[in-house]
Design a protein. Structure first.
Length: 362
């Protein structure tokens, strides 16, 4: 209720009694007092609202270690993880690297939510040895002249986005109003100049577009030499703007269930959407960086070798089969999630994209 009041007041303070969806999403997820990711509720896993790949088991992180080791052939042994959630991926990556006698210099975490930052500190302190924990540092900005690997799993789909509606190439912005005690969609003329020519269909379509991606890609371009691994729900623009998705892709999650309306239940549900990888590819080129690969999560993990798994008991065996299924099945994360690697000051080949690279579709 308090967050509803806060958003309502923000809307009343504007001339047209509207706020962008990006402002609405920012407050719902990240308001310092009442935002979804600022609350003490458990957002992650079976007792939370949604699953991400690292929460299914350690298969995903073990395969990611293989890709990171590839990168270490060209860049320094430093890792930055952006948006670490409950810290599970950080823990699993560090433990697997140590298990393989692969030392790293630093593991940096950049996390927007101060509540999650505190939870990550407690979790990692309790799960890692002192030596391992001492390598982890929480940062606000990338270190100067950073040289290493940057990982973002399901970061971009949690970055606030604007929403637009186009019909016959006329574009309007879909904003949020508050009327008769509830939040509602309202349109206004689109004032934004998009970074590039969008490939819109003539038929009516609702789509997301986040101007905030630029900031992240720009800070990446200022690193000395690095590889950026982006893993996210999303697709290239031609697929994203398919008439099948005429209603946009934003959606809410509570208790591992899709909710009916992202404007309801403010601050108590996760809000997410599909990332436009063509937009990320455009920014990559604009900052003179290289796309090292783009493919589905399923192909990425298969390229890294799902076959090395060593089943220890039949219980582990079934657990792993179910994990593999969720990670790779086309109707689950396998096809819906894409992996994109960006190289800054390097053009190395990465084994995760050896087969079925789809960079040409971006
Ligand atoms: C959907 S969760 C994913 C968590 C984790 N990577 C995982 O796979 O389980 C999104 C995470 O990104 C964080 N986040 C969102 N925007 C951020 C930003 N600009 N900088 C750093 N962290 C951010 C959120 O607070 C949250 O921890």
């Amino acid at each position: 209720m308090l967050l509803q009041e806060k958003i309502k007041n923000k809307i009343s303070s504007t001339n047209d009694q509207l706020i962008s969806f990006s402002e609405f999403m920012q407050m719902c997820l990240y308001d310092l007092d009442y935002g979804y990711y600022s609350s003490k509720k458990n957002q992650f896993g079976s007792k939370g609202d949604f699953y991400t790949a690292p929460l299914l088991g350690n298969l995903f992180s073990n395969l990611l270690v293989k890709q990171i080791l590839d990168c270490f052939l060209e860049v320094d042994r430093n890792i930055i993880e952006i948006g670490s959630g409950n810290g599970q991926l950080a823990k699993d990556l560090i433990i697997e690297l140590i298990k393989q006698n692969q030392d790293i210099k630093s593991y940096y975490i950049q996390e927007k939510s101060s509540t999650l930052r505190e939870q990550q500190k407690i979790f990692l302190k309790n799960s890692l040895s002192k030596n391992q924990f001492d390598k982890v540092q929480w940062i606000d900005d990338f270190p100067n002249n950073f040289n290493g690997v940057i990982i973002a799993n399901e970061l971009f789909d949690a970055i606030p986005t604007n929403v637009y509606e186009a019909s016959n190439y006329n574009i309007y912005e879909r904003c949020v109003a508050f009327e008769k005690d509830k939040f509602l969609w309202r349109t206004r003329p689109c004032l934004l100049k998009f970074d590039y020519q969008l490939s819109l269909p003539p038929s009516k379509i609702i789509f997301e577009y986040s101007s905030l991606y630029r900031e992240i890609i720009e800070s990446f371009s200022k690193t000395q030499k690095s590889v950026f691994l982006i893993i996210d729900y999303g697709m290239e623009e031609r697929q994203l703007f398919h008439p099948q998705r005429f209603d946009g892709t934003f959606r809410g999650f509570v208790n591992n269930r899709l909710t009916s309306d992202v404007l309801l239940n403010v601050g108590n549900q996760d809000i997410t959407y599909h990332v436009n990888f063509t937009h990320l590819a455009f920014l990559t080129k604009q900052y003179d960086m290289n796309i090292l690969g783009y493919t589905s999560q399923s192909h990425f993990l298969n390229n890294l070798g799902l076959d090395f798994i060593n089943h220890q008991s039949s219980q582990d065996h079934y657990q792993q089969l179910s994990e593999i299924n969720l990670l790779t099945s086309p109707s689950e994360m396998g096809e819906l999630i894409k992996v994109m690697a960006i190289g800054n000051n390097n053009k190395m080949e990465l084994s995760g994209f050896r087969n079925f690279d789809r960079t040409h579709l971006l």
